[in-house]
Design a protein around this ligand. Sequence first.
Ligand code: NI
Length: 275
Amino acid sequence: MEKAKEIFDKLWNSYIELNPEVKRVYDLFKNEGETVVNDHIAFRTFEDPRVNIDVLAQPFLDAGYEYRGEYNFEQKKLYARHFEYVEFREAPRIFISQLEVHKFSEFLQTTVYSILDKIPSPLLQSVDLVDSGASWGVPSYEIYNRLREESEYAAWVYVFGFRANHFTVSINNLEKYNTIQKVNQFLKDNDFILNDSAGEIKGSPKELLEQSSIKSGIVDIDFAEGTFPVPSCYYEFAMRYPDKDGKLYLGFIAKSADKIFESTDYYEKRSSKNK
Ligand code: NI
């Protein structure tokens, strides 16, 4: 677990450096006397043998994680797998999705393969790849916008590269804020905007998993054409329920995650702000 914890600390530090609002949420819960445990950490990548799920999962597998489940998101053209550290239940699950690049336009495919070609080869062999950001250099705002028309996910990875897309607070480990409704209210009372695509709460006790998330913060990114604000990462909240055998459900629900992917959608954030 030590090995895994080292990776998590590094990932967490880059994540809160890029997303100060996440640290604000974390501190709010700590100030309420809560213990903040991570339910899962999510990563985004492309279906290319150099950087696919298997490659990004390697440092976690080396640290003792095991493959546990797979998910298909047909509409968003994504495939995902989740990994668990079986011996230590408190360890966060690792959720890695990859974009099915071949299902997109020639433009998107060419763009993705050309940025992957620019990743230094020692980095491709290194455990640091998972937290290496956009090692392909300064992005173009024009390309970012063209990618976004086809896949917000592709545009996000183009700008932010490999890093934690979100950490997730385990509501099961909170004492005072022990329901997803209480967590959501607490966040709204502190001026955070929830992702309300298909409702603030995704999933249900019957499905054994409820999730919500705050919308991404907006960060200024230096593009080749100048500095522009773009949505970065988000923070998620998960409540798990026991199955009929009394065991806490540890998987994911594809249709809920499908909506939660939209937490990084810039225009959604804008429109809900105006409501
Ligand atoms: Ni998640």
